[in-house]
Design a protein around this ligand. Structure first.
Ligand code: ZN
Ligand code: ZN
Length: 557
């Protein structure tokens, strides 16, 4: 026994020495090898950026913004949303969770919440306190989102050594991307002109954010009129500056340049007006840089994560529509901000240590009146007329109107009343489906029962189903025809929300750490972004992820 033990020890010792020598003699990693993790990951969202803007404004862009991202990075030019409704809250949640409203539960910006018996806002949370402002705007958290994000997975992967922060002018666009375990999220309070947060994240604003607010950038940025960047006759991609499809600031006689911001701001929410100007993008870029410096993001041993959403293109798009000089000018100026931000990242961590991805939370339709005038099917759908008519019809048929709410193109029944009165829910759903099809502009009506019994993969029913959350969504879903918009209180500008390509086709660009210059036309769904980024970072997919990783061989490693 003793002898065998001695031999075992001898063999083991020899093996250990051999392994140690082997390690010692193994060649060192090549000097040029890139770091195993990017030091900083930046997820950029451009609110309402249609894919085609990249092409439409290409000849007017400089070399250092979008053109730099595309020439040095990967452009997945067939990236689409795979659900409806294509709104800001759901869009931001879907990009960073890798799943759709069916799972993450952000079924709209607002929805009728049965458990609370009222309409709620996707980021509202009355249990928290504002930080940096005494106002309602601070009562925000990600608690209504039912799935985790890329940032949450980073935290889980390394015992929260990564720092994860989100920022945007819109609260929901800062909060959803950063996720549940975020170190911080900051958003803009138009009343004070300050960036604020909530007690969900912190007790008080960090010193660097207090300092940023003290510098009063919004007041400075609003001292000048909004003029076109280039001589206005060069905006040949857009309609004439003065056209009937555009909305206006309060106090303006016509939707034309120059927009006199110093004069207009009083009637348009004071510091809040910056949201609807390209200056909002300047402010967003400045605050993103202040956060990176203040939090020292990218100087950590683990990968840090920042989401930055540029909200102003959405406000400008809503007011003026995709055919306007204002939207074109917004993107030409945004191009300059992207260029400045990339230069900042160059000097901060360097391109090879920074992974950037850029996408949008939805697109937008051309103004329906404009479409109609050029002969393309379209229309403004009057939700109220339809719902008043439906309620009367239900009353006639079932002796009760039975409807609690109509939101995000979904009819919510009073389910308790249905039960109490012994009315068959499915019979009411079927009645509604048949009745609502009578209205001009309705393409299709789907019921909760259909959604429970079948899996739809076809367009557009598959998109409706992926946006349908059984705990939160309504009982009957209305889908409008292409080019039609509902829930829109004016005939100028534009909106979004549909599963049609103008709302679903968005840019997706990867740039920086390990990314190769590639143009790829493989079909990508918006829910593929999060698992792809997680694969690149070597972490688990977000809980609830239903997307799939874009193959590494296509564009990185
Ligand atoms: Zn949006
Ligand atoms: Zn919008």
């Amino acid at each position: 026994m003793k002898k065998i033990s001695f031999i075992t020890v001898l063999i083991t010792a020899t093996l250990v020495i051999a392994v140690a020598q082997n390690r010692k003699s193994s060649p060192k990693a090549p000097v040029a090898e890139l770091p195993r993790h990017p030091k900083l990951v930046v997820g950029i969202v451009i609110d309402q950026m249609r894919y085609d803007y990249l092409n439409r404004y290409w000849s007017k862009f400089g070399n250092d913004g979008f053109k730099r991202l595309l020439s040095q990075g990967t452009n997945f030019d067939q990236t689409n949303y795979n659900y409806m409704p294509t709104y800001t809250g759901p869009g931001h949640a879907s990009i960073f969770t890798g799943t759709t409203p069916a799972v993450h539960g952000i079924i709209g910006n607002n929805w009728y919440e049965r458990e609370e018996g009222k309409t709620v806002y996707c980021a509202e949370d009355k249990t928290v306190k504002p930080v940096g402002s005494g106002a309602e705007e601070g009562l925000r958290s990600p608690r209504r989102m039912l799935a985790g994000t890329i940032g949450d997975q980073l935290h889980l992967s390394n015992n929260a050594q990564s720092k994860v922060v989100g920022v945007a002018l819109k609260d929901r666009s800062a909060i959803m991307p950063a996720g549940h375990t975020a170190n911080a999220a900051f958003w803009y309070d138009g009343g004070s002109g300050n960036f604020i947060s909530s007690s969900y994240y912190m007790k008080e604003l960090p010193a660097y954010m207090q300092e940023f607010n003290k510098q009063a950038h919004p007041a400075r940025l609003l001292q000048e009129d909004w003029n076109t960047l280039l001589p206005i006759d060069q905006y040949t991609e857009s309609l004439a500056d003065n056209n009937p499809y555009e909305g206006r600031f309060k106090g303006e006689d016509a939707p034309v340049f120059p927009h006199k911001l110093p004069v207009l701001k009083e009637k348009n929410g004071n510091m809040g007006i910056i949201r609807s100007t390209p200056q909002g993008n300047v402010l967003t870029r400045l605050v993103a840089e202040a956060i990176i410096k203040g939090e020292n993001l990218g100087k950590n041993t683990a990968s840090d994560f920042l989401s930055v959403s540029f909200s102003s293109p959405d406000y400008i798009g809503h007011m003026y529509g995709p055919q306007s000089v204002e939207v074109e000018d917004c993107y030409l100026r945004l191009d300059l901000e992207i260029a400045a931000f990339l230069r900042f990242l160059d000097s901060w961590c360097g391109k090879n240590n920074t992974l950037v991805f850029l996408t949008a939370d939805h697109g937008a339709v051309e103004n329906p009146q404009f479409l109609n005038d050029v002969g393309i099917p379209s229309g403004f759908f009057n939700d109220k007329v339809m719902m008043d008519s439906l309620k009367l019809a239900l009353k006639k048929k079932f002796a009760d109107s039975l409807v609690l709410a109509y939101e995000n193109e979904q009819v919510f029944f009073d389910r308790q009343r249905l039960e109490r009165k012994g009315i068959d829910k499915r019979a009411v759903e079927d009645f509604c489906a048949t009745y609502l099809m009578k209205f001009k502009g309705v393409a299709h009506v789907m019921t909760a029962h259909q959604m429970a019994m079948s899996e739809f993969i076809s367009t557009p029913r598959g998109e409706v189903q992926k946006g349908y959350n059984f705990r939160r969504s309504g009982d009957v879903c209305v889908l409008l025809q292409p080019g039609w918009v509902g829930d829109w209180d004016r005939v100028t500008g534009t909106t979004h929300g549909a599963p049609w390509s103008y709302d679903t086709h968005v840019p997706l660009i990867f740039w920086g750490w390990k990314v190769r210059p590639v143009v790829s036309d493989i079909p990508v769904e918006i829910t593929d972004i999060a698992p792809t980024v997680c694969t690149m970072l070597g972490v688990q997919f977000p809980h609830g992820c239903t997307g799939k990783t874009i193959p590494a061989t296509l564009f990185w490693r």
